[in-house]
Design a protein around this ligand. Structure first.
Ligand code: GDP
Ligand code: IMO
Ligand code: MG
Length: 426
């Protein structure tokens, strides 16, 4: 490796968890750098399903150190519940460290996420967030009023920072939204217990990561969300509030770009999106339903049905560019079985008649644009047991080769089923 980044290259849920888990067995460390428990990463190991939200997907490997970096937003209650669920599944979680700089998601952030979405829904501008308090927590961080882990677990600072923040947020909740104030005494007593339990895990993880880099250890940086949900590079404002692009892993884990040698982008063989926002290749017909059902496209975190559509190579080329991808993975090919034709979008025809092949900066250009498709033969065979490229039906091989040609980036792995074994290395 030694520093390998694995990121989502579309709108999230591409199967990052599966590939992190596969590579974690060879890694010394897995690092999460951004996002929070809006992420839902599924790992299926020998038929057993693990759903990870904040805990890095290397946790299933007892020899791997798992880091929650400075750029992550941590809900203290949610992470302890997640660790509890992992313990029930027999997972040992001693190998988890949380950066002292990471910001805490507090009850007022969840409240403000819900209030803001409800207000926007009234005028049709809701983002469709996961309502996990992600945006409001990153807002406080940028505004320089957030609560960092080192304060949260400091018995001398805990009460003062929580009283101060809660009082300020109650003024917003009641004054701006007309909501009910939160009970600070109840929060103090509940969250003091969480702080006590999290304290042993909180440390300066940048030193751990740096020492691992210096020692030539194998480090995996686990992206959450996806490129098109990036605050800058995504379809703003229908994005998350962090940086899922590969560069985000440097900022959020405190290493320089020289620590990274490989950037792997995970794609589905089609496209999905949860929440609102433009989606040029979205299918509103029975083919869209077919893909949703065949791919089990229902949110890991919210259970919402995911919107589905054809593979969008305009997006894929953009993801190759803004992430500096060194390789692509085409995951979830098996759900396309049974479709007579497979389509790949190679350009957008805009409302003004212009045809573009570069993903536009302004999402307004995507509204009502017409995707220009190349068409490929589908396949009828069950491919879930294939483990070599040449075992795949010829039409699937042609589809993959076409994607590689169009996207101008090597495709190194394919996914043909949810289990960690259901992959093909090319
Ligand atoms: P992540 O957020 O990128 O880690 O992806 P999610 O876990 O949210 O969503 C991916 C879903 O697809 C999960 O239910 C996985 O178990 C499942 N999955 C992953 N790879 C494959 C695959 O190759 N084929 C099929 N059918 N399902 C897959
Ligand atoms: P993983 O890591 C898919 C989407 C939400 C919404 C937008 C903003 O599992 O791929 P937020 O709660 O972050 O403020 O919501 O981002 N979103 C995701 N969609 N996968 C995810 O994570 C997502 N995390 C956030 O649906 O549209
Ligand atoms: Mg997910």
């Amino acid at each position: 490796m030694p520093g390998k980044v694995i990121i989502g290259a579309q709108w999230g849920d591409e199967g990052k968890g599966k590939f992190i888990d596969i590579f974690a067995s060879k890694a010394d460390m897995v690092v999460r750098s951004q996002g929070g428990n809006n992420a839902g990463h599924t790992v299926v190991a020998n038929g057993v399903k693990f759903k990870l939200q904040l805990v890095p997907s290397g946790i299933l490997d007892p020899n791997c150190l798992n880091i929650i970096g400075a750029g992550v937003v941590v809900n203290p209650k949610a992470i302890l519940e997640e660790l509890g669920r992992l313990h029930e599944q027999g997972v040992v979680t001693d190998q988890l460290r949380i950066d002292a700089r990471a910001h805490c998601i507090m009850p007022w952030h969840l409240e403000l996420d819900a209030l803001s979405e409800a207000e926007k829904a009234a005028d049709g501008t809701a983002i469709g967030t996961t309502k996990k308090g992600i945006g409001p927590t990153y807002m406080d961080k940028s505004e320089r009023s957030g609560i960092r882990m080192h304060d949260f677990v400091d018995p001398e600072r805990f009460e003062a920072v929580i009283r101060d923040a809660c009082a300020r947020k109650n003024r917003v909740i009641t004054g701006v939204y007309g909501g009910s104030p939160l009970d600070v005494e109840a929060i103090l007593s509940e969250y003091r217990a969480y702080a006590d339990r999290l304290r042993p895990m909180v440390t300066d993880t940048t030193i751990l990561v740096y020492n691992a880099v210096k020692a030539g250890k194998e480090i995996l940086f686990e992206g959450a969300q996806g490129t098109l949900l990036d605050l800058d590079m995504g379809t703003y404002p229908f994005v998350t509030s962090s940086h899922p692009v590969s560069g985000g892993c440097c900022i959020g884990s405190g290493v320089g770009p020289t620590a990274i040698s490989e950037v792997m982008g995970i794609f589905k063989s089609y496209t999905t999106r949860v929440g609102e926002g433009p989606f040029p290749t979205e299918l509103f017909d029975e083919t869209g339903d077919y893909i949703r059902n065949a791919g089990g496209e229902f949110g890991t975190v919210t259970g919402r049905p995911r919107r589905t559509g054809w593979f969008d190579a305009v997006i894929a080329k953009y993801a190759v560019r803004v992430n500096g991808l060194t390789e692509m993975v085409i995951n979830k090919i098996d759900p396309l079985r049974g479709l007579p034709k497979l389509k790949v979008c190679v350009a957008y025809k805009l409302k003004n008649g212009k045809t573009i092949t570069d993903f536009p900066a302004n999402f307004m250009d995507l509204l009502d644009c017409e995707p220009v498709y190349e068409e490929f033969d589908g396949f009828e065979e069950d491919i879930t047991a294939c483990r070599h490229f040449d075992e795949l039906p010829v039409s699937v091989q042609q589809y993959i080769k076409a994607l590689e040609r169009i996207c101008e980036c090597p495709i190194t792995m394919l996914g043909v089923g949810p289990d960690r074994d259901q992959v093909i290395t090319i």
